[in-house]
Design a protein around this ligand. Sequence first.
Ligand code: ZN
Length: 71
Amino acid sequence: MIDYKKKAVILQCGACKDVIQSQYRRHFAACHCGQVYTDGGDDYIRIGAEPGAEYAVLKEFGVQGEQEDIF
Ligand SMILES: [Zn+2]
């Protein structure tokens, strides 16, 4: 078992004001208007936005993760 750092980010789209958060690895979360998106859940963070789209990072945090079996 290994310890790992969990990370998460919560975003708010500047256009539609949706608040989005990816809940788990490869969970693709997009806002209502589709201009801002994030995925990766607690495994990694990927943030994407359409050209010119604005977004705010409401919260960004890393948490000591639980133990996880490699297998
Ligand atoms: Zn939006």
